[in-house]
Design a protein around this ligand. Structure first.
Ligand SMILES: C[S@@+](CC[C@H](N)C(=O)[O-])C[C@H]1O[C@@H](n2cnc3c(N)ncnc32)[C@H](O)[C@@H]1O
Length: 221
């Protein structure tokens, strides 16, 4: 899969796949979108004292980086599990500028979460354990991981990868959630919301990040 590094509105970089005409983040600001959708509406909203976060699509590692920083700020011991079928290359990692936009410490965290081994739980910092699983979501057995408190559903768009957004996947995700768990995603599509609700979640439309009117947050009652 051929990818190009591009700069988004807030100065942070992201990856673009010309063959798919799809980006890893919003052109209106990768860092801004990630901070708003996943950290603010997902991680901070969920009150679990020791949250297990499950991410669909590790990609650039931006969501993981921002969560590691927030976990340290809040002193909340966090286990972060991320599924990824197509890990990015070292040259791409080096071309991303998230660490340098944030702080020296963020640069170190970013390097650590990319250099740690796949499929091996690793302590990245006193408040952040990372388990990157090189796997295909559509084949993944959720019995192999602990129950989760927060899901970052960050797959490519439903029009680009419909197999990632089907009801069977949401039903599996629902069963892997603790009561009170939240799932957040940048998509606000009515059909996606209905699939989540049919899977057992309650859902709400929230104001979206810059350039998007709305986003979705689902909750396991
Ligand atoms: C929108 S990007 C994720 C962005 C990422 N969360 C970040 O912070 O950079 C979608 C990700 O899903 C991954 N992906 C695509 N198909 C997949 C599959 N079947 N199973 C797991 N991951 C997949 C892609 O390789 C890509 O990294």
């Amino acid at each position: 899969m051929q990818r190009k590094i591009v700069t988004t509105e807030d100065g942070s970089k992201t990856l673009f796949i010309p063959g798919m005409n799809e980006q890893y983040h919003s052109v209106n600001g990768a860092l801004t979108e990630s901070e708003y959708v996943y950290i603010d509406k997902g991680y901070r909203h969920n009150q679990s004292p020791k949250p297990v976060v499950l991410e669909i699509g590790f990609g650039t590692g931006l969501n993981a980086l921002l969560t590691a920083i927030e976990a340290e700020n809040e002193k909340r011991k966090t286990t972060y599990i991320s599924l990824e079928k197509y890990p990015i290359e070292q040259t791409e990692i080096e071309g991303l500028n998230y660490g340098s936009l944030i702080s020296k410490h963020a640069e170190e965290l970013f390097a650590a979460l990319h250099t740690c081994e796949w499929n091996l739980k690793t302590q990245i910092s006193p408040y952040f354990d990372l388990l990157k699983l090189k796997t295909d979501l559509t084949q993944f057995s959720f019995d192999t991981i602990p129950s989760v408190d927060v899901i970052y559903f960050d797959a490519f768009g439903p029009d680009k990868q419909p197999e990632m957004w089907n009801e069977e996947i949401f039903r599996k995700l629902f069963r892997s959630c603790n009561p009170g768990a939240n799932l957040v995603t940048y998509s606000a599509k009515g059909e996606i919301r209905r699939r989540m609700e049919r899977s057992g979640y309650t859902s709400e439309l929230l104001p979206g990040p810059p350039g998007k009117r709305q986003m979705l947050r689902a909750t396991r009652p």
